[in-house]
Design a protein. Structure first.
Length: 217
């Protein structure tokens, strides 16, 4: 089995090498790796080679995102290629993978609000990436642990996979390098919008909210 995995990895590398590049590595070198590269059946050097090739064909180094490794980008490129333009938005990409809730509504009431069950390999890769963030000392890791505390492990993994899918879609379609501070700013903006909505709802009921000094977010 190990020999078959090694042969499959070799054929994958040959296939990717034949794809048209979106970036000239000589003009725009591969970014310094943010973590050791890993992929089943590959040595560290071979996994690093996969990272470099996928950077060339995607135009962005996805492994700069915490939780994403060489194995993930192999699955992603094998299943959907290098162009996510076929999906009209990040939401559509996440929905195609079954990472978005599918509410069942009857008589104007939401009966269920669960994600659809499927065996999408890309969704599985996103879920594995999300779960690997549990001990990550990064903004994404902090976000996942908060979701895990609030929702429980299974729902948190799906919710975090959804967030990662949106990030990956944005990076590939815009060929933009990942900046963790951008994610932090987006989270803060979402929190402010949520606070503003709660304040409006409280004011409509005649209440005035007072922040709790011990609240940590």
């Amino acid at each position: 089995m190990q020999a078959q995995i090694t042969d499959c990895q070799r054929r994958i590398r040959q296939e990717i090498a034949a794809w048209e590049g979106k970036v000239d590595i000589e003009e725009k070198p591969v970014p310094v790796a943010s973590k050791p590269m890993k992929a089943e059946g590959l040595s560290a050097a071979e996994a690093e080679g996969v990272r470099a090739e996928c950077y060339r064909v995607l135009g962005v180094d996805l492994t700069q995102v915490d939780g994403i490794n060489a194995h993930f980008i192999q699955v992603l490129t094998a299943e959907v290629g290098t162009d996510l333009g076929r999906f009209r938005s990040a939401a559509a990409f996440a929905s195609w993978m079954g990472l978005s809730p599918k509410p069942e509504i009857s008589g104007g009431k939401v009966l269920k609000n669960k994600t659809a069950k499927n065996r999408n390999r890309v969704a599985g890769a996103f879920r594995m990436a999300a779960n690997s963030l549990l001990k990550s000392q990064s903004p994404l890791g902090d976000c996942f642990r908060r979701l895990r505390t609030k929702l429980g492990a299974p729902k948190a993994i799906t919710a975090m996979a959804h967030k990662l899918a949106r990030i990956v879609y944005h990076l590939i379609t815009n060929r933009e390098a990942f900046d963790p501070q951008t994610f932090v700013q987006q989270q803060q903006q979402q929190l402010k919008r949520r606070e503003a909505r709660v304040r409006r709802e409280a004011a409509a009921l005649g209440y005035q909210l007072t922040p709790c000094a011990s609240f940590a977010g």
